[in-house]
Design a protein around this ligand. Structure first.
Ligand code: SF4
Length: 322
């Protein structure tokens, strides 16, 4: 039996919208709206969807970089959102994040060796600078960085190397679980493959569990064991990778899959082009949130929220017509 590392139950994250002279709360952006799933130890859980669908907010709310509005995030059975600041700080080393743009989180005046090692000193795990330097060098090595890089500054590195620095920073505290938030989206395709290979190698050697956030289904298909498809703050479909790609059920998933480029130029796939823009999460459509763009929507879809139903084979979908 697989061991559940992370369980997310009915998670909501609403951001208040302030307006008027008194800056009162006049509404909410429902960035994450009643989402549930779990991630088994050693798994890579992929979260996919268009930008603005709430993927990154879920990742950040899981790690408590955002406070939740309601729901639970259980890590090894402990609700992270019920921990005191001190308890959360003690838990932090086990839960890390890799950002899309590591450069923005690096101080241009701090050498990358110090940037990678600062969490060790901060958490009091290693006390002497010499000890920190040794472990930083070891971590840099497994992330494909050379020892002479340790005294260089962020601007001296390429995009791919900066992402390796971001991965080294997340790895230095020996985590169990890493949220990788679009870690390869800003990189050239050839560099993307190197960083993905690095993440896969590290998963093997360090027994890591990943939540991999991406808008790119090809990357998700290559890397993930389970996939959740998000639309406007809600989970539209959730299934094991092969099941989802072989047998997509939700019209939104079908549209996303139809847009994946096929390497064989003789093979013609019918592309499903969605009409209109993604609606605002501050004012989501009634009933099924996808009904304004769904090619097969009915009147029922405009009024009734579809339940997230178990279709067998660990496959879940929120659609009236499935
Ligand atoms: Fe489309 Fe209706 Fe299914 Fe929503 S519930 S995805 S609108 S068919």
């Amino acid at each position: 039996m697989s061991e559940v590392l992370l369980q997310v139950n009915n998670l909501k994250k609403y951001f208040p919208i302030h307006g008027g002279v008194l800056q009162r709360t006049v509404g909410h952006v429902k960035a994450v709206d009643d989402v549930s799933f779990h991630i088994n130890k050693g798994e890579t859980f992929g979260l996919v969807g268009e930008s603005g669908c709430g993927k990154s907010t879920i990742g950040r709310t899981i790690l408590r970089l955002h406070e939740k509005t309601s729901g639970e995030v259980l890590y090894k059975g402990t609700d992270l959102h019920s921990l005191s600041k001190k308890q959360l700080r003690a838990m932090r080393p086990k839960l890390q994040i890799v950002f899309q743009d590591p450069y923005s989180s690096l101080n241009p005046r701090i050498k990358i060796g110090d940037a990678i090692g600062e969490a060790l000193l901060d958490h009091g795990i290693y006390n002497s600078r010499k000890e920190v330097r040794e472990i930083v060098l070891e971590t840099m090595k497994i992330c494909g960085l050379s020892s002479y890089h340790i005294d260089r500054y962020p601007h001296e590195f390429s995009g791919g190397q900066r992402q390796r620095i971001g991965i080294a920073r997340s790895l230095i505290l020996n985590p169990d679980f890493i949220v990788a938030d679009e870690p390869v989206s800003a990189l050239d395709v050839s560099i993307q493959a190197q960083v993905i290979n690095l993440l896969q190698d590290l998963q093997q050697t360090k027994q890591l569990t990943y939540m991999f956030i991406s808008h790119d289904l090809s990357v998700i298909q290559h890397l993930c064991t389970q996939v959740g498809v998000m639309y406007l703050g809600s989970m539209a479909e959730l299934a094991p990778r092969d099941e989802l790609f072989r047998n997509p059920l939700h019209p939104y998933t079908k549209a996303l899959l139809s847009a994946i480029p096929v390497p064989d130029p003789t093979y013609k796939r019918d592309r499903i082009v969605l009409q209109g823009d993604i609606p605002s999460p501050a004012n989501p459509p009634s009933g099924c949130k996808f009904h304004t763009r769904c090619p097969i929507a009915t009147d029922r879809c405009k009024q009734e929220v579809p339940a997230f139903r178990d279709m067998g084979n660990k496959h879940y979908v929120a659609c009236h017509l499935v």
